[in-house]
Design a protein around this ligand. Structure first.
Ligand code: PLP
Length: 389
């Protein structure tokens, strides 16, 4: 199809969707690797550990038992029950199984939540820097993304006052992502309480993406806004899943939990578009949520060490600095003092030093680089030796 044909054939929506911003650099890194060049990958977005053995064994058992057909579209009862227990024990949130929907990855739940809440012209308030997929999803729903800029000095977090000032008559949803990809910012309970007051005063709904909730490097952990009060729980859709905590990115199990009517609407959308998540992965995820706590804890302990190491290494690079991430698995390094922008530096790092990083431009931060510590401590050390030349 020629470019001219594409203009005629593709819908306006399809034309509007931006290609994945992280793709260009990863494609380049892959091409170098294929030429036999040992590229160090600080661009990854998934844990390097393998999925726990007990989870894999359950998947094999499920297959051998013939558990290979459609399941209820909102998820199998045992998984919904395990999710309710997880939310109660780890997040202090009580929900009934009908308030939970299982999806093919957290991403699908976020999209369904946006489709269920956002009408054309509605505003979704989004703290920046943000995960790249959110505005694209809002665009597909014909909604408007209103970004709320944050600063490194403020720990990359919005304040309640800032939120209050940003609300208009069209504001419908606040999207929170704590711990954050890409900044690692984690909102404290006190901060969420203040933000929560503005949410209630302005009749907003909250989509709370908590996919990194088990990966925190502070004493308090990563609290959920839904745990603050019943009033906030009644207007929050929690998003989470098995991908990051249990190294299960390829199994595609995510979930949403929230008000019954909204979850039911998301269920109808899912029914008509994708049906259930993989039956085998659902069985495996029951084991992850019920018996994977030690694994998730070990992952957090190891990633905490890597995070400390990477932070120390960043500080040794002239012109680089980094606000310490309190969660997730990225360092969001400030490179403004190098005199180069993120795109230029990311390309230079790849071409000269064979280090893949993601330029912050994709997240709305043109003078930051996102470096993932989903690689061993040895690789982190080697990578920074290369960077320092
Ligand atoms: N939310 C955030 C903030 C993420 O970083 C990611 C993955 O990179 C997701 C959601 C998607 O998770 P899943 O792989 O379960 O769809």
């Amino acid at each position: 199809m020629t470019v001219k044909d594409q203009k005629k054939v593709l819908s306006e929506k399809a034309k509007r969707v931006a290609p994945s911003a992280t793709l260009a650099i990863t494609a380049k890194a892959k091409a170098l690797k294929e030429q036999g060049i040992p590229v160090i990958n600080f661009a990854g977005g998934e844990p390097d550990w393998d999925t726990p053995e007990i989870v894999k064994e359950e998947a094999v058992r499920a297959m051998k038992e013939g558990f290979t057909k459609y399941t209820p579209s909102a998820g199998i009862p045992s998984l919904k029950k395990a999710i309710c227990k997880k939310l109660e024990q780890e997040n202090g949130i009580t929900v009934a199984p009908e308030q939970v929907i299982v999806s093919s990855g957290a991403k699908q739940s976020i999209y369904n939540a946006i489709l269920a809440l956002v009408d054309p012209g509605d505003e979704l308030l989004l703290p920046a820097p943000y995960w790249v997929s959110y505005p694209e999803m809002v665009g597909l729903a014909d909604g408007m993304t209103v970004t709320l800029g944050t600063t490194e000095e403020a720990g990359f977090k919005i304040t309640a006052t800032q939120l209050a000032k940003s609300v208009t008559k069209k504001s419908k949803v606040l999207l929170l992502n704590s711990p954050s990809n890409p900044t690692g910012a984690v909102y404290s309970r006190g901060e969420l309480e203040l933000i929560g007051e503005i949410v209630l005063e302005n009749d907003l709904y909250v989509i709370s993406d908590e996919i990194y909730d088990r990966l925190y490097y502070n004493a308090e952990g990563a609290p959920s806004i839904a745990a603050i009060s019943k009033d906030l729980a009644d207007r929050t859709i929690i998003i989470n899943g098995a991908s990051k905590s249990y190294s299960m990115t390829g199994w595609r199990i995510g979930f949403a939990a929230g008000p019954k009517e909204i979850i039911a609407a998301m269920g109808r959308i899912q029914d008509q578009t994708t049906s259930c998540a993989s039956s085998i992965s659902q069985r495996a995820a029951v084991v992850a949520f019920e018996r994977g706590k030690q694994f998730a804890n070990d992952l957090r302990v190891e990633y905490h060490k890597r995070r400390d190491l990477m932070l120390a290494e960043i500080e040794k690079v002239p012109g680089w600095s980094c606000y310490p991430p309190e969660g997730a698995f990225f360092c969001f390094a400030n490179i403004s003092k190098t005199g180069k922008d993120a795109e230029t530096l990311a390309n230079e790092l790849l071409e000269k030093h064979h280090i893949a990083v993601i330029p912050g431009t994709s997240f709305g931060a043109p003078y930051h680089l996102r470096l993932s510590f989903c690689v061993s401590q040895e690789i982190i050390r080697e990578g920074f030796e290369r960077i320092r030349g």
